[in-house]
Design a protein around this ligand. Structure first.
Ligand code: XMP
Length: 185
């Protein structure tokens, strides 16, 4: 399926809406089991986590967990390449000092964004920091970090949809698709 004149989508979704929903329900049970009786603050990393985070907190609600919610805006990517240079474009509003924090991101790739954000929240004196990502690309890791909760481990492909973008587009897709980055007429 050709979506515009600069990229190609692979025809089949990498992960369908149903597959995402089923896996997320399992993940949230794990999170609820570990954090049920805790006063939790959930911090999403913008922009890619927004859709995943929205569904995640609705599932936490079903499991009787009602966290405080905030976001940081961290960026490092241009197109399909990480610039390697991280910027905190927007800080949290909440004070996380002495709080249990769950960081939520869309995808763990080189690991720089999650490591940067985790260290930042630890510096803000959070009591305990856990991490949760929808997708993990372990083969791309350049810094030593793993997430505590992982939805799917995937190969080194560039994915869009369900909050993830290519140059700002395709975040709206309700499923995850793979792009080939092929220039077309
Ligand atoms: P790092 O390399 O810091 O990257 O672990 C995490 C951030 O990079 C973005 N990213 C992607 N975005 N499709 C995307 O739309 C991808 O395949 C992809 N891989 C990495 C993403 O913003 C993530 O927060």
């Amino acid at each position: 399926m050709t979506e515009n004149n600069s990229i190609n989508f692979q025809r089949e979704p990498l992960l369908t809406e149903t597959e995402i929903k089923v896996r997320m329900a399992e993940m949230v049970l794990e999170i609820a089991r570990d954090l049920q009786h805790e006063e939790l603050t959930v911090i999403g990393i913008l922009r890619g986590s927004f859709m995943f985070m929205a569904d995640l907190v609705r599932l936490l609600y079903v499991n009787d967990i009602h966290p405080l919610i905030d976001f940081v805006f961290v960026t490092s990517y241009e197109g399909t390449e990480s610039t390697g240079h991280l910027n905190l474009l927007r800080d949290m509003s909440l004070d996380v000092k002495d709080r249990k924090v769950l960081i939520v991101d869309d995808i763990l790739d080189t690991g720089r964004t999650l490591k940067f954000t985790k260290e930042y929240i630890i510096e803000r004196e959070a009591m305990e920091v856990s991490t949760c990502v929808l997708l993990d690309k372990p083969s791309r890791r350049t810094v030593p970090i793993n997430a505590d909760y992982v939805g799917f481990s995937i190969n080194d492909v560039f994915v869009v949809g369900y909050g993830l973008d290519y140059n700002g587009r395709y975040r709206d897709l309700p499923y995850l698709g793979v792009i080939d980055c092929v220039e077309v007429e």
